[in-house]
Design a protein around this ligand. Structure first.
Ligand code: ADP
Length: 239
Protein backbone atom coordinates (compact mmCIF):
# COMPACT_ATOMS: atom_id res chain seq x y z
CA UNK A 1 0.00 0.00 0.00
CA UNK A 2 2.83 2.36 0.94
CA UNK A 3 4.64 1.50 -2.29
CA UNK A 4 1.50 2.23 -4.22
CA UNK A 5 1.11 5.60 -2.49
CA UNK A 6 4.73 6.49 -3.18
CA UNK A 7 4.35 5.56 -6.83
CA UNK A 8 1.13 7.59 -7.08
CA UNK A 9 2.86 10.60 -5.54
CA UNK A 10 5.69 10.22 -8.02
CA UNK A 11 3.25 10.10 -10.95
CA UNK A 12 1.39 13.16 -9.69
CA UNK A 13 4.60 15.17 -9.44
CA UNK A 14 5.66 14.04 -12.90
CA UNK A 15 2.30 15.08 -14.21
CA UNK A 16 2.58 18.47 -12.52
CA UNK A 17 5.90 19.09 -14.26
CA UNK A 18 4.23 18.99 -17.63
CA UNK A 19 2.18 22.17 -17.20
CA UNK A 20 5.03 24.60 -16.48
CA UNK A 21 7.11 22.86 -19.10
CA UNK A 22 4.42 23.40 -21.72
CA UNK A 23 4.31 27.03 -20.62
CA UNK A 24 8.05 27.36 -21.23
CA UNK A 25 7.87 25.67 -24.60
CA UNK A 26 5.08 27.89 -25.94
CA UNK A 27 6.81 31.27 -25.48
CA UNK A 28 10.17 29.79 -26.55
CA UNK A 29 8.56 28.70 -29.80
CA UNK A 30 7.09 32.16 -30.36
CA UNK A 31 10.43 33.76 -29.58
CA UNK A 32 12.19 31.49 -32.05
CA UNK A 33 9.74 32.55 -34.75
CA UNK A 34 10.68 36.24 -34.39
CA UNK A 35 12.84 37.33 -37.28
CA UNK A 36 14.63 40.27 -35.67
CA UNK A 37 16.60 38.20 -33.12
CA UNK A 38 20.32 38.70 -32.75
CA UNK A 39 22.51 35.69 -33.51
CA UNK A 40 23.25 35.12 -29.81
CA UNK A 41 19.61 35.34 -28.79
CA UNK A 42 18.61 32.98 -31.57
CA UNK A 43 21.22 30.43 -30.45
CA UNK A 44 20.05 30.65 -26.87
CA UNK A 45 16.42 30.24 -27.80
CA UNK A 46 17.32 27.12 -29.76
CA UNK A 47 19.09 25.79 -26.68
CA UNK A 48 16.06 26.49 -24.50
CA UNK A 49 13.82 24.71 -26.99
CA UNK A 50 16.06 21.71 -27.35
CA UNK A 51 16.36 21.16 -23.63
CA UNK A 52 12.70 21.82 -22.91
CA UNK A 53 11.85 19.14 -25.48
CA UNK A 54 14.32 16.78 -23.88
CA UNK A 55 12.79 17.33 -20.47
CA UNK A 56 9.30 16.79 -21.88
CA UNK A 57 10.45 13.56 -23.44
CA UNK A 58 11.76 12.32 -20.09
CA UNK A 59 8.59 13.32 -18.29
CA UNK A 60 6.51 11.48 -20.88
CA UNK A 61 8.67 8.40 -20.53
CA UNK A 62 8.17 8.42 -16.79
CA UNK A 63 4.41 8.70 -17.20
CA UNK A 64 4.34 5.90 -19.71
CA UNK A 65 6.46 3.70 -17.52
CA UNK A 66 4.22 4.24 -14.55
CA UNK A 67 1.19 3.35 -16.67
CA UNK A 68 2.74 0.00 -17.53
CA UNK A 69 3.69 -0.74 -13.95
CA UNK A 70 0.11 -0.10 -12.93
CA UNK A 71 -1.40 -2.13 -15.77
CA UNK A 72 0.86 -5.03 -14.94
CA UNK A 73 -1.03 -5.64 -11.76
CA UNK A 74 -4.33 -6.66 -13.32
CA UNK A 75 -4.45 -9.71 -15.51
CA UNK A 76 -7.65 -11.36 -16.71
CA UNK A 77 -6.88 -14.78 -18.10
CA UNK A 78 -9.58 -16.41 -20.19
CA UNK A 79 -9.89 -19.02 -22.88
CA UNK A 80 -9.32 -17.26 -26.20
CA UNK A 81 -9.24 -18.13 -29.83
CA UNK A 82 -5.66 -17.19 -30.61
CA UNK A 83 -6.11 -17.36 -34.38
CA UNK A 84 -8.96 -14.86 -34.12
CA UNK A 85 -6.83 -12.49 -32.04
CA UNK A 86 -3.98 -12.75 -34.51
CA UNK A 87 -6.34 -12.24 -37.45
CA UNK A 88 -7.53 -9.01 -35.94
CA UNK A 89 -3.93 -7.79 -35.58
CA UNK A 90 -3.33 -8.84 -39.17
CA UNK A 91 -6.37 -6.85 -40.34
CA UNK A 92 -5.20 -3.72 -38.51
CA UNK A 93 -1.82 -3.84 -40.21
CA UNK A 94 -3.01 -4.88 -43.67
CA UNK A 95 -3.60 -1.30 -44.93
CA UNK A 96 -0.08 -0.26 -43.87
CA UNK A 97 1.34 -3.35 -45.58
CA UNK A 98 -0.54 -2.52 -48.79
CA UNK A 99 0.65 1.07 -48.73
CA UNK A 100 4.24 0.07 -48.34
CA UNK A 101 4.13 -2.94 -50.62
CA UNK A 102 5.06 -5.22 -47.76
CA UNK A 103 3.98 -8.84 -47.99
CA UNK A 104 2.21 -9.53 -44.69
CA UNK A 105 1.32 -13.16 -43.98
CA UNK A 106 -0.25 -15.18 -41.19
CA UNK A 107 0.51 -18.87 -40.89
CA UNK A 108 -1.29 -21.12 -38.44
CA UNK A 109 -0.53 -24.71 -37.61
CA UNK A 110 -4.27 -25.35 -37.29
CA UNK A 111 -7.42 -23.31 -38.00
CA UNK A 112 -8.39 -22.67 -34.39
CA UNK A 113 -5.89 -22.51 -31.60
CA UNK A 114 -7.42 -22.00 -28.17
CA UNK A 115 -5.32 -20.96 -25.22
CA UNK A 116 -5.71 -19.25 -21.89
CA UNK A 117 -4.44 -15.68 -22.08
CA UNK A 118 -5.47 -12.15 -21.20
CA UNK A 119 -6.74 -11.09 -24.64
CA UNK A 120 -5.93 -7.35 -24.28
CA UNK A 121 -2.44 -8.05 -23.06
CA UNK A 122 -1.88 -10.75 -25.65
CA UNK A 123 -2.83 -8.31 -28.40
CA UNK A 124 -0.48 -5.69 -26.94
CA UNK A 125 2.43 -8.14 -26.93
CA UNK A 126 1.91 -9.05 -30.58
CA UNK A 127 0.96 -5.56 -31.74
CA UNK A 128 4.26 -4.12 -30.45
CA UNK A 129 6.23 -6.82 -32.24
CA UNK A 130 4.41 -6.36 -35.54
CA UNK A 131 4.67 -2.57 -35.30
CA UNK A 132 8.43 -2.92 -34.81
CA UNK A 133 8.65 -5.26 -37.79
CA UNK A 134 7.10 -2.46 -39.87
CA UNK A 135 9.22 0.29 -38.31
CA UNK A 136 12.47 -1.53 -38.92
CA UNK A 137 11.80 -2.85 -42.43
CA UNK A 138 11.94 -1.13 -45.77
CA UNK A 139 9.18 -1.15 -48.34
CA UNK A 140 8.78 -4.31 -50.45
CA UNK A 141 9.90 -6.58 -47.61
CA UNK A 142 8.13 -9.48 -45.89
CA UNK A 143 6.58 -9.82 -42.47
CA UNK A 144 4.99 -12.98 -41.18
CA UNK A 145 3.08 -13.96 -38.10
CA UNK A 146 3.06 -17.62 -37.14
CA UNK A 147 1.28 -19.55 -34.41
CA UNK A 148 1.72 -23.15 -33.33
CA UNK A 149 1.54 -25.47 -30.36
CA UNK A 150 4.90 -27.09 -29.71
CA UNK A 151 6.11 -29.49 -27.08
CA UNK A 152 9.27 -28.42 -25.32
CA UNK A 153 12.19 -30.32 -23.81
CA UNK A 154 10.53 -30.20 -20.42
CA UNK A 155 7.56 -32.12 -21.79
CA UNK A 156 5.08 -29.27 -21.45
CA UNK A 157 3.26 -27.79 -24.42
CA UNK A 158 3.84 -24.19 -25.37
CA UNK A 159 1.90 -21.79 -27.51
CA UNK A 160 4.56 -20.35 -29.81
CA UNK A 161 4.03 -17.10 -31.70
CA UNK A 162 6.64 -15.85 -34.14
CA UNK A 163 6.89 -12.41 -35.72
CA UNK A 164 9.42 -12.52 -38.50
CA UNK A 165 10.67 -9.70 -40.72
CA UNK A 166 13.22 -9.29 -43.48
CA UNK A 167 14.17 -5.83 -42.19
CA UNK A 168 17.34 -4.10 -41.06
CA UNK A 169 18.12 -6.54 -38.24
CA UNK A 170 19.81 -6.00 -34.88
CA UNK A 171 23.54 -6.35 -34.29
CA UNK A 172 24.49 -9.10 -31.85
CA UNK A 173 25.83 -6.73 -29.18
CA UNK A 174 22.44 -5.03 -28.83
CA UNK A 175 20.28 -8.13 -28.78
CA UNK A 176 20.42 -8.75 -25.05
CA UNK A 177 19.60 -5.12 -24.24
CA UNK A 178 16.67 -4.32 -26.51
CA UNK A 179 14.15 -5.57 -23.95
CA UNK A 180 15.38 -3.05 -21.37
CA UNK A 181 13.25 0.00 -20.95
CA UNK A 182 14.25 3.05 -23.02
CA UNK A 183 16.93 1.11 -24.92
CA UNK A 184 17.01 2.00 -28.61
CA UNK A 185 19.40 0.95 -31.35
CA UNK A 186 18.02 2.73 -34.38
CA UNK A 187 17.31 6.19 -33.01
CA UNK A 188 16.57 7.75 -36.36
CA UNK A 189 13.65 5.48 -37.13
CA UNK A 190 11.92 5.83 -33.80
CA UNK A 191 9.86 8.32 -31.91
CA UNK A 192 11.19 10.42 -29.10
CA UNK A 193 9.37 8.63 -26.34
CA UNK A 194 10.32 5.21 -27.66
CA UNK A 195 12.29 2.34 -26.30
CA UNK A 196 9.54 0.75 -24.26
CA UNK A 197 7.59 -1.37 -26.77
CA UNK A 198 9.73 -4.44 -26.25
CA UNK A 199 9.89 -3.85 -22.53
CA UNK A 200 6.08 -3.91 -22.48
CA UNK A 201 5.93 -7.08 -24.60
CA UNK A 202 8.43 -8.81 -22.36
CA UNK A 203 6.76 -7.73 -19.12
CA UNK A 204 3.33 -8.84 -20.31
CA UNK A 205 4.68 -12.15 -21.62
CA UNK A 206 6.34 -12.88 -18.30
CA UNK A 207 3.14 -12.01 -16.53
CA UNK A 208 1.57 -14.91 -18.44
CA UNK A 209 4.40 -17.15 -17.25
CA UNK A 210 5.99 -17.05 -20.70
CA UNK A 211 9.24 -15.95 -22.29
CA UNK A 212 10.24 -13.91 -25.32
CA UNK A 213 13.39 -14.31 -27.41
CA UNK A 214 15.01 -12.63 -30.38
CA UNK A 215 17.12 -13.95 -33.18
CA UNK A 216 18.45 -11.52 -35.74
CA UNK A 217 21.06 -10.84 -38.33
CA UNK A 218 21.99 -7.32 -39.39
CA UNK A 219 20.80 -6.53 -42.88
CA UNK A 220 18.81 -9.78 -43.12
CA UNK A 221 15.98 -9.59 -40.62
CA UNK A 222 14.67 -10.35 -37.20
CA UNK A 223 12.43 -12.95 -35.57
CA UNK A 224 10.81 -12.46 -32.20
CA UNK A 225 9.38 -15.59 -30.59
CA UNK A 226 6.88 -15.55 -27.75
CA UNK A 227 6.46 -18.76 -25.75
CA UNK A 228 3.35 -18.98 -23.61
CA UNK A 229 2.36 -21.87 -21.36
CA UNK A 230 -0.32 -23.96 -23.01
CA UNK A 231 -2.40 -26.43 -21.09
CA UNK A 232 -4.09 -29.32 -22.81
CA UNK A 233 -7.06 -28.27 -20.72
CA UNK A 234 -7.64 -25.39 -23.18
CA UNK A 235 -7.50 -27.81 -26.08
CA UNK A 236 -10.02 -30.11 -24.44
CA UNK A 237 -12.35 -27.21 -23.86
CA UNK A 238 -12.24 -26.27 -27.51
CA UNK A 239 -13.55 -29.59 -28.73
P1 ADP B 1 11.20 1.64 -30.10
O1 ADP B 1 10.10 2.56 -29.69
O2 ADP B 1 12.54 2.31 -30.18
O3 ADP B 1 10.87 0.83 -31.31
P2 ADP B 1 11.23 -0.92 -28.66
O4 ADP B 1 11.37 -1.22 -27.20
O5 ADP B 1 10.01 -1.42 -29.33
O6 ADP B 1 11.36 0.65 -28.83
O7 ADP B 1 12.50 -1.52 -29.40
C1 ADP B 1 13.80 -1.26 -28.88
C2 ADP B 1 14.83 -1.21 -29.99
O8 ADP B 1 15.02 -2.51 -30.56
C3 ADP B 1 14.40 -0.32 -31.16
O9 ADP B 1 14.77 1.03 -30.93
C4 ADP B 1 15.13 -0.94 -32.33
O10 ADP B 1 16.42 -0.40 -32.44
C5 ADP B 1 15.25 -2.41 -31.96
N1 ADP B 1 14.25 -3.25 -32.66
C6 ADP B 1 13.07 -3.68 -32.16
N2 ADP B 1 12.40 -4.45 -33.04
C7 ADP B 1 13.18 -4.52 -34.14
C8 ADP B 1 13.06 -5.18 -35.42
N3 ADP B 1 11.99 -5.92 -35.73
N4 ADP B 1 14.08 -5.03 -36.30
C9 ADP B 1 15.17 -4.29 -35.97
N5 ADP B 1 15.34 -3.65 -34.81
C10 ADP B 1 14.37 -3.76 -33.90
Amino acid sequence: RLNELKAQFFTDITHELRTPLTLIMGPAKELAAENNLSETASKQVTLIQRNAHKLMRLVNQLMEFRKIEKEKMDIYIQRCNITELLNSTYESFKPMANNRNIELKVLYQQTDIFAEVDPDKFEKIIYNLVLNAFKYSDNESQISLKAAIEDTETGTDMLVIEVEDTGIGIAEEHQSKIFDRFYQVHHKRTQNTGGIGLYISKTLTEQHGGTITVSSEEGKGTTFTVFLPYSSHSAALSQ
